[in-house]
Ligand binder design. Structure first.
Ligand code: FES
Ligand code: FES
Length: 162
């Protein structure tokens, strides 16, 4: 018989109490029982970064974290950046304005990595942006517009947008 482990955490500011198989990945919890399918799965080798979320403010690949490792933590997903009826988050706005996406599959992970970077370093250099996005792969854009978007978001946030 499967033994479930009780788990309490906060997801996008909302307390969540559940039980999981101890082998459940954080991305599986988010996309499955919690229905937060904005966090994508693009590989099975921990390389693509499409599954990136914030774990206590730091960007992590949620396919590399067990759900039980997030016990007591604050998890942030792309759904938590802006309410459906609210303006987009400045990083989301900047991705739109700079054409930082094409198919969009990598975009939630890119945006969460960018949010993690800007939380730690509000005024990153281009090299620091490239470094922070190193674990996020994009098949479409060539990355130039993504880096430009993160720069623009940094400027907007420094100017008072969130
Ligand atoms: S799904 Fe590719 S790194 Fe997590
Ligand atoms: S926009 Fe298509 S993978 Fe990045």
């Amino acid at each position: 018989m499967q033994t479930l482990t009780p788990l309490s955490l906060t997801v996008n500011g909302r307390p969540v109490t559940t039980s999981v198989d101890p082998s459940t990945l954080l991305v599986e919890l988010l996309r499955g029982p919690l229905g937060l399918t904005g966090t994508h799965v693009g590989c099975d080798t921990s390389q693509c970064g499409a599954c990136t979320v914030l774990l206590d403010g730091r960007a992590v690949k949620s396919c590399t974290v067990l759900a039980v490792q997030a016990a007591g933590c604050e998890v942030g997903t792309v759904e938590g950046l802006a309410a459906p009826d609210a303006p987009l988050h400045p990083v989301q706005e900047a991705f739109v304005a700079c054409h930082g996406l094409q198919c969009g599959f990598c975009t939630p992970g890119m945006i969460m990595s960018a949010c993690g970077l800007l939380a730690q370093n509000p005024n990153p250099t281009e090299a620091q942006i490239v470094d922070a996005l190193e674990g996020n792969l994009c098949r479409c854009t060539g990355y130039v517009n993504i880096v430009a978007a993160v720069k623009q978001a940094a400027g907007a946030m420094a100017g008072g947008a969130r």
